[in-house]
Write a protein that binds this ligand. Structure first.
Ligand code: MLC
Ligand code: AMP
Length: 505
């Protein structure tokens, strides 16, 4: 084997006209057709001067070509760095600069905004639009349909995914070929995926869930994917009869349950519904079973670790739990202060070790050392316990993180921006329950003496700087923030005070 990731996920399908991507317009792309597209893109990238180990930063809409760029990177030994399409110029320039990307691939609409950033860093910019057009695909058009796969080992880096921190800027999580492959192999086996499966794919492909969990499993097992540009309720309902399995964040399931067209009959033939990336409420699990007869299979993962635990395929899928550690993954619950393992059943911080765990944060040895122990255990920042039957339950987060519809928001990033605004003395951002997104950020401001912050102007500043999904749903001005005797803001009190703010009824 010359390149384990490419060979196992992609190369194995060479010459096969089996269906891979079913598009909403009825078009079907075969495995062979997809590989040819990827090979042409690999030629285009290497023609631009890219060499193995170079980073390719991509902020592009979900499309077959966008997915083929991931395959092209694997084949050419490039490191794929997908970026949320919602990121603003401010956010993007950091990722591009920090990663030292040699090539930026963006939507044509962002070209003007990204060109100066790229020029400043000596990177190339090419476009790839949602409909597959753009300068990159134009370059690829005349290229050969095959590409000599670049030799790589399992320990070589395959992807960077940026993940924010509770302090400071985002960190590039370095994932190796083996990290990705080992997890895809385990999940495909545990969840019984085969070439007969058709996965309803409505997740974005710039995150672990949609790219590595969903796509890698389908590629490894040779099944097809109904490849929707995004989660669109009408499309998901219309396409479900052709699918055998679906993966989603909890918002997918609450939205489906909120629609009368989602019936037991519509879901009857489905083999599997998987949920993850954010907590699935036990009541959603129960309501889903009542409606469809299916028990959603909940699993737990992270950008840095891929998937860590899963409820069983056969056996009891317990609502409110994330199941057992996956085969090959060790999980322990430790005391956050001492790092020592806690007695069975006690709540503590969750640590994991296994072939799934990343290599560290790009060029951040201190941050890596703070979270990834020398013995290989990664401190997840999640709090939980293991019950006597071995099921893991996540009860909260030690890290200050809000998850809205499966997207992470770090309060610190917002607080730094809010603190800087005219008339603001200090701020606190908390996550409060939201019926659609699970949680949503609420910004609490304290005014400087004698000043009245202009919340509308502040919101406009937030909108200009940060991705839409991070925007506080509301800004509230309070006289002061509750603090403990050490002077630390007691966010738990604020969370309790505002917990019903966005819940109807
Ligand atoms: C979109 N918006 C969001 C949002 N998604 N706001 C808050 N939270 C979100 N998650 C914005 C839109 O830009 C829009 O802004 C407005 O909110 C309403 O949009 P919408 O039409 O309701 O949203 P929609 O486009 O339908 O998107 C919602 C969603 C999507 C839940 C379908 O966010 C999604 O696909 N989430 C999946 C995230 C994911 O894949 N996470 C995996 C991370 S990996 P405006 O201004 O236009 O009104 C990971 C590891 C693991 O966590 O374990 O898997
Ligand atoms: P990310 O950094 O985007 O990969 O998000 C990872 C975080 O999502 C984890 O650390 C958890 O806090 C959360 N998460 C993922 N899956 C679940 C789940 N099934 N239940 C609760 N939280 C989850």
């Amino acid at each position: 084997m010359t390149n384990p990731l490419y060979d196992r996920l992609f190369g194995t399908h060479a010459g096969k006209e089996t269906p891979f991507l079913f598009l909403p317009d009825g078009q079907v792309i075969s495995h062979a057709g997809f590989l040819a597209l990827a090979a042409r893109l690999a030629h285009a990238a290497t023609d631009l001067g890219l060499k193995p180990g170079d980073r390719v930063a991509a902020q592009i809409e979900k499309s077959p070509e966008a997915l083929a760029l991931y395959a092209a990177c694997a084949q050419a030994g490039l490191i794929f760095l997908p970026l949320n399409t919602a990121y603003t110029a401010d956010e993007l320039s950091y990722f591009i600069e920090n990663s030292g990307a040699a090539l930026i691939v963006c939507d044509g609409r962002s070209l003007e905004m990204l060109t100066p950033i790229a020029d400043g860093l000596g990177a190339r910019v090419e476009t790839l639009n949602a409909d597959g057009t753009g300068s990159l695909t134009a370059r690829a058009a005349g290229m050969p349909d095959t590409f000599a796969t670049v030799e790589r080992s399992g320990d070589d880096l395959a992807a960077f995914l940026y993940t924010s921190g509770t302090t400071g800027r985002s960190k590039g999580a370095m994932l190796t070929q083996d990290n990705l492959l080992s997890n895809a192999e385990t999940l495909a086996r545990e969840w019984r995926f085969t070439a007969d499966d058709v996965l309803l794919h409505a997740l974005p492909i710039f995150h672990t869930h949609g790219l590595f969990v969903a796509t890698n499993i389908a590629l490894l097992t040779g099944g097809g994917m109904i490849f929707l540009p995004k989660f669109d309720l009408d499309q998901v309902i219309a396409q479900m009869p052709r699918a055998t399995a679906m993966m989603g964040v909890p918002t997918f399931y609450t939205r489906l349950l909120g629609d009368a067209r989602f019936t037991r009959e519509l879901a009857q033939h489905m083999r599997l519904f998987v949920s993850g990336s954010a907590p699935l409420l036990a009541e959603t699990h129960v309501a889903f079973e009542e409606r469809t007869g299916h028990r959603i299979l909940e699993r737990y993962g992270m950008t840095e670790t891929n998937m860590n635990t899963s409820n069983p395929y056969d056996g009891d899928r317990r609502a409110g739990t994330v199941g057992f550690p996956l085969p090959g993954v060790e999980l322990k619950v430790t005391d956050p202060e001492s790092g020592e393992p806690l007695p069975q059943g006690e709540i503590g911080q969750i640590e994991v070790r296994g072939p799934n765990v990343f290599k560290g944060y790009w060029q951040m040895p201190e941050k890596t050392a703070a979270e990834l122990r020398a013995d290989g255990f990664f401190i997840t920042g999640d709090l939980g316990f293991v019950d006597p039957d071995g099921y893991v339950t996540i009860v909260g987060r030690g890290k200050d993180l809000i998850i809205s519809g499966g997207f992470n928001i770090y309060p610190k990033e917002l607080e730094l921006l809010l603190d800087d605004q005219p008339g603001v003395l200090e701020s606190a951002v908390i996550g409060v329950p939201h019926p659609d997104f699970g949680e949503t950020p609420l910004g609490i401001l304290v005014a400087q003496p004698g000043k009245t912050p202009d919340t509308q102007a502040i919101m406009a500043q937030v909108q200009a700087s940060l991705a839409r999904f991070k925007h506080p749903r509301k800004l509230i001005v309070m006289d002061e923030l509750p603090r403990n005797t050490m002077g630390k803001v007691q966010k738990n009190i604020l969370r309790d005070q505002f917990k019903d703010m966005f819940l109807s009824g």
